[in-house]
Design a protein around this ligand. Sequence first.
Ligand code: SAM
Length: 226
Amino acid sequence: MSPVLDARLEAAFGLIAAPGGAVHADIGSDHARLPIALVRRGDVRACLIVEKTAGPCEVARREVRRAGLTERIEVRLGDGFSPIFPQEVHSASLTGLGARTILGILNRAGSALPAQLVLQPNDTTGQLRAWASSHGYHLTDERLAPGFWTYTVLKLERSSGSDPAYQGLPEDVAQAWGPHLLRRQDPLLLAQLRAQHARLTEVTPHGRAAVRRDLELIERTLRLWA
Ligand SMILES: C[S@@+](CC[C@H](N)C(=O)[O-])C[C@H]1O[C@@H](n2cnc3c(N)ncnc32)[C@H](O)[C@@H]1O
């Protein structure tokens, strides 16, 4: 039996494609649920897990052994992409981490960085979309998943030229909320924007300039859908 994935990891699972015997890396895997599901019911032949610290690394090794998948999932101890060789993996996922941690890992990755990335930060996503635009990746899909927060999952693919996902949309709005989510008028995004709008409206009279800027951005976004 495959481990049951929560909505967040299921959304990441749905964006990972490593067909034809490709190898996928899951960085910061901990319980190894995503790689186990990927080799069992996805089209991924093999996975590499990288864990930074000994405890979660042991947890991942134990779960892979329990699943009987030691032939197809290898667990390595290390920081981000440092234990991975250039071209060793076709795609990689980083889920359940803060955006700053993910950015740090991506910026240190060098030539080990694969052509496809699936990223699920626990907090903000704007910086990751901006990173993609300035590092030769296009944002080819994105999903929202309900949970403790509403989680955003981004799919990035290496490509040249300007990213068509942003065409015809105000750049700051699209980078903050996601061009695909905006075009789809994703109901979870709409609910998120309305909730933030209500919260910020309450604090704005006492708020700093940054709060007023956030409110103005949300109002411009909501007007796009009016
Ligand atoms: C909160 S867990 C997320 C587990 C799983 N990916 C998920 O989404 O449920 C974050 C994991 O990332 C690992 N981690 C943090 N920084 C890392 C790094 N630079 N390289 C590898 N693993 C890292 C931590 O040890 C921890 O096990």
